[in-house]
Design a binder for this molecule. Structure first.
Ligand SMILES: [Zn+2]
Length: 271
């Protein structure tokens, strides 16, 4: 079956977007097709796969306009329904006190500010609340006690990502701890932990808000770094830089931090 036939079988309506396995290279979830304004745009993100292009769909301007209106209305309704729910904080997740020694030790170990964390006294976790539009919708808890697994626990799963900071440069890092430490070292950036193993349209929507994107995942995830860079550039058109780290950001290696600062300076002077 040709890629064209494959796309035709998807029966995408105006404004529809599809993401799934590539019909050509069989790449897992690497293929996208978007039917937008009378054009079908399709692409595979897999390295080495040549699938990609644009062709005209045979819709008239009036049809396109009509479908778009319908979809705008449908989308508006889904957005109302999909408003993130506020997290109900369990009673065992508390404001940390001086006698929560495991919490204290963790905070001191990583040199992070006390203010933004809570403590899960039941599971012994340092808890980082995740806010959306000013409300706490989720939290991640880092194990600091006897119970090690999972290392990072998600309390509701509502959040699509974790961000900290208000800068126009976005730094994508491995986890919440690295994000916090990165913004303490570079207060003029925003750091994002993607809270999962792949990028979704929700991530892309957020990433699109920034001028420049730097990806600095832990050194053992270099393949993922390269893949993310490619996906982000293709989806958002944002200039994206992949950075090789010597060690995880949270270990604050001088060389890594200096390189990162240089990159950020380059980025800001270009704008
Ligand atoms: Zn492919």
């Amino acid at each position: 079956m040709s890629v064209r036939d494959f796309i035709n079988d998807l029966d995408l309506k105006e404004g529809d977007r599809y993401r799934g396995d590539c019909p050509e290279c069989r790449g897992k979830n690497t293929f996208t097709a978007t039917n937008i304004l009378g054009e079908m745009r399709y692409n595979c993100f897999k390295l080495g796969c040549t699938v990609g292009g644009i062709y005209d769909t045979d819709m008239t301007a009036a049809e396109i306009y009509h479908r778009m209106k319908e979809q705008q209305i449908a989308r508006a309704y889904t957005n109302i329904k999909k408003e993130k729910e506020t997290m109900e904080i369990p009673e065992y997740v508390v404001i940390p006190k001086a006698n929560h020694t495991k919490h204290q030790r963790f905070i001191r170990r990583w040199g992070i500010a006390l203010g933004d964390t809570m403590y899960d006294v039941k599971d012994e976790r340092v808890v980082f609340p995740i806010k959306h539009k000013g409300r706490i919708i989720d939290a991640v808890g880092r194990a600091v006690g006897k119970k090690h697994s999972p290392k990072w626990y998600r309390y509701t799963g509502e959040a699509d990502y974790y961000t900290v900071g208000n800068g126009k440069i976005l730094l994508i890092v491995e986890d919440v701890l690295s994000a916090i430490i990165a913004t303490q070292e570079l207060p003029y950036i925003t750091a994002m932990a993607i809270l999962g193993t792949s990028l979704s349209p929700k991530h892309m929507e957020k990433i699109q808000e920034y001028n420049r994107v730097i990806i600095a995942l832990d050194p053992d995830a270099i393949g993922k770094t390269v893949e993310y860079r490619r996906e982000i550039e293709l989806w958002t058109g944002n200039k994206t830089t992949a950075m090789n780290l010597l060690d995880d950001i949270k270990y604050k290696m001088d060389e890594d931090l200096n390189k990162l600062k240089e990159l950020c300076n380059e980025v800001s002077s270009n704008h």
